[in-house]
Structures are given as C-alpha cells and as structure tokens.
Design a binder for this molecule. Structure first.
Ligand SMILES: *[C@@H]1O[C@H](CO)[C@@H](O)[C@H](O)[C@H]1NC(C)=O
Ligand SMILES: *[C@@H]1O[C@H](CO)[C@@H](O)[C@H](O)[C@H]1NC(C)=O
Ligand SMILES: *[C@@H]1O[C@H](CO)[C@@H](O)[C@H](O)[C@H]1NC(C)=O
Length: 216
C-alpha cells in the first residue's frame, strides 16, 4: 500500500514538471515577431529564434515603448546578426510570473516599425496600445551590455538529444497554430515525458526487485 502511494506521488511530481511549456517566438526577416502576443504560465520557457538580419529582443517599459526595463530586471538577447535563414543561437527566457511583459527589437528603427510583442498582455497592457505608441518613438534604446536575463544556446545542440527532438516537434506545431500554442505544447509535452520517463522508472523498479532477490 505504501509503495502504491509513493509511486502515485512520484508520478504526480513528474507530471507537474512535464507541464512546463516551451513557447517559440521568431524574430523574422521582415522585422516582426511571430507570434507577437502570447500567454505563458509561471515556469514556462520562451525561446526566441532569429531569422535573417540583425535583431535583438529586450524587455521594455510598457509606459515608454522602445526603452528597456531598469538594469537588473528583464532580459536582453544581445544582437543576433545572421545572413542565414536562422541564426545558430537562440535566446531562452524563463517566465517567473504572469505579469505582462512588453518586448521589442532594439536595432535601429525596428521597434518603431512594429517589431514589438507582449507576453501575458491583459486589458490594461495590450499589444495594440504598446505598438501604436512605439510608432511615435524616434529611436529605440539598447541596453549597454548584454546578453542578460536569459540563456544563449545553440539551435543545433538543442536538437541533439531525444528529449529535445520532442521539443522540436512541439515547435513545428506551435508555428502552425499560434493561437493554440499552450494547449498543443502541453499535450505533447505530457505524452512525451510519460513515454520517456516510463522506461527508466520501470527499470528502476526491476533493478530494486533484482537487488531484493539477491539478498534473499
Ligand atoms: C546590429 O545593430 C546594432 C544596433 O544598431 C549595432 O550596434 C550592431 O553593430 C549591429 N550588428 C552588426 C553585425 O551590424
Ligand atoms: C486595470 O486597471 C484598473 C484600474 O487601475 C484595475 O482596477 C484593474 O484591475 C486592472 N485590470 C487588470 C487586468 O490588471
Ligand atoms: C526569471 O528569473 C530568472 C532568474 O532570476 C531571470 O534570469 C529571468 O530573466 C526572469 N525572467 C523574466 C521574464 O524576467
């Protein structure tokens, strides 16, 4: 009886860990973010990818478009400049709460041109409002030093292991249906995690049974 309870508790823990989602946002060659309006839960990861051109992503002050949050808060990817279809590096940020986050590209006139987005927009912090006020801004501000507030990672490396190739499958689905990012990602994440973790869990049980048999 104890064993059963423990096993269920362990399974529940694994389940909640697997619920964390990865949401992919691409800085596109036409100087827009796609998608540019996403909802993310606490613990989710947002992965920014960078298409052809020179782009960045910075957390912005909602009230002052194209200006960064104070040093020590938010994130900045640094400049990602590539001639290829996709930069070799991505920028990964952890979402710590469901407060609205405005973000923009700080390269030249891209922010004023509409290269902005929102994570967890609400009725008082909307993408349309942020973007329309950004249009009136003469020049955007880049943080002096970066990157910070997130992790720069290699796009190719992130596809190497079994787990990560599952993430890539999720990403493709996200691209196809922007509105349903969260539900798609969660569904796949849970299924994959259960499959991937089921084998080691089962072999751990087998191993401990084998160990007990040896003692007898
Ligand atoms: C990208 O844009 C930034 C901001 O204008 C600039 O400082 C940087 O030199 C650019 N990168 C390249 C490689 O041109
Ligand atoms: C929007 O602002 C109003 C007035 O300050 C406040 O009462 C309301 O709770 C806010 N809504 C959200 C979603 O934060
Ligand atoms: C969440 O917290 C981590 C660790 O403090 C920080 O690096 C990251 O930038 C935070 N995320 C956001 C969106 O500010």
């Amino acid at each position: 009886m104890h064993c059963t309870k423990t096993f269920i508790a362990a399974a529940a823990m694994l389940f909640s860990v697997a619920c964390a989602d990865t949401i992919t946002i691409t800085a596109k060659a036409d100087n827009t973010f796609e998608p540019n309006n996403v909802q993310a839960d606490k613990g989710d990861m947002v992965e920014f990818r960078f298409a052809r051109g020179n782009h960045s992503v910075v957390t912005g002050l909602y009230d002052f478009p194209c200006a960064p949050l104070d040093m020590g808060s938010g994130f900045f990817s640094g400049f990602m400049d590539t001639m290829d279809d996709q930069a070799v590096s991505l920028f990964r940020v952890k979402i710590n709460n469901t407060e609205p986050i405005a973000f923009y590209s700080s390269v030249d006139g891209q922010c004023a041109g509409g290269m902005v987005g929102m994570i967890n927009a609400d009725s008082n912090h909307t993408l349309d409002d942020y973007r329309s006020r950004a249009k009136a801004v003469a020049s955007s501000i880049s943080p002096r030093n970066g990157p910070y507030g997130g992790e720069v990672d290699d796009v190719k490396d992130s596809g190497d292991s079994g787990d990560d190739s599952n993430e890539n499958m999720d990403d493709e689905e996200n691209d196809n249906s922007n509105g349903n990012d969260n539900s798609d990602g969660k569904g796949n994440g849970n299924g994959n995690a259960a499959g991937a973790l089921g084998v080691p869990a089962a072999s751990a049980v087998m191993a401990s049974l084998g160990f007990a048999a040896l003692l007898l």
